[in-house]
Ligand binder design. Sequence first.
Ligand SMILES: Cc1cc2nc3c(=O)[nH]c(=O)nc-3n(C[C@H](O)[C@H](O)[C@H](O)COP(=O)(O)OP(=O)(O)OC[C@H]3O[C@@H](n4cnc5c(N)ncnc54)[C@H](O)[C@@H]3O)c2cc1C
Length: 355
Amino acid sequence: MKEFDYIIIGGGCAGLSLAYELETHKKLKDKTLAIIEPRQEYKKDKTWSFWKMEPHNFDDCVKKSWENFSINIPGNTNHLECKNYPYQSIDSGLFYEKINNVLKENKNISFLKDLKEINSKNSFIFNSVPTIKKNHLNLWQHFCGVEIETKSDFFDEGIFNLMDFDCEQRESVHFFYTLPYSKNKALVETTWLSKMNDNSQKDYDKQIKDYIEKHLNLKNYKITYKEEGAIPLFYPLYEKEGNKINIGTAGGMTRLSTGYTFLNIQEHSRYIRENIENIYNTKKYEISKKYQFLDEIFLRVLNKHPEKMSNIFFKMFKAPPKTVIKFLSNKSNFFEDLTIIFKMPKWTFIRALFY
Ligand SMILES: Cc1cc2nc3c(=O)[nH]c(=O)nc-3n(C[C@H](O)[C@H](O)[C@H](O)COP(=O)(O)OP(=O)(O)OC[C@H]3O[C@@H](n4cnc5c(N)ncnc54)[C@H](O)[C@@H]3O)c2cc1C
């Protein structure tokens, strides 16, 4: 059976980002890599968005970038600027194509469908397939988005809507998210933060249709693409093994209060590449303990008081946008953390320390 120096299990966002980082830094010149990926073909299946805090490898896969955004609750809208940290949306189709075109040039890299095809005993393994134990108490960010096209100009492409809470909450946390790619194209997404214990919130198509037609007042449009997903707002199981580390969602790269993962994956890939020669002894990379702690408290409040969350998010964005963005992107300093913390309802959060 064939053996490889490195194995990446799962050729999705984290697996391919890592392979690309290793390949473009010439770390696979004398090493072999197997990428285990069961999918039959790569096509656009996700839109990854984030505030660009630092350079990354995929500027050429950015579909659109914005310097203004809004957040609203019923009767109140806040317009914000993000010139310092523009919000970018990456088209996963372009991302897969770019990376696969580079990887296929290196004969040391093989794509396989199943780990059973090779002998993995002597390899170092980067695993991006999460082990998720069913637990009815776990919180998820689950959502469905559609790209729509209108005949005549409708959207203001200069500003995206991060969260619109002016919608049914059903004793949970629910908002719409709209990314206008141009005057007549946009992604409209319905998003829930909940335990997903039943399917009652999953009438996504109806939610989106009602929002577009009754809330945005748009009647003439066609749907050109759809994506659906659920991001765990908890860390998947992580078993420490000498020759294996987890990456991506499986590796705890999701910021639990927001679901943002893409840029953390890029940072993790750089960290692995910098340490690849000594990978067996490299310290585990993780999102700073400070954010893990603050997110834990935040999620306790969300769990106990879903009805308060729209106001909490709205208030958070009353802080200077640069500060909030840095906080949500794990890049804030102590004073910026305090600015955010002081925007939160004090007693609700203090009580949450003792739940
Ligand atoms: C629809 C969607 C939209 C998202 N949008 C954003 C966003 O806007 N911003 C952001 O920061 N984050 C976003 N996320 C969260 C996160 O960035 C993505 O989930 C990202 O794809 C995580 O990368 P990953 O490599 O961990 O998982 P994936 O990209 O899902 O890759 C895992 C790969 O493993 C493969 N696989 C599955 N089973 C096996 C197996 N048994 N053996 C081998 N391979 C297997 C899968 O086919 C897949 O290719 C989004 C998530 C989803 C689902």
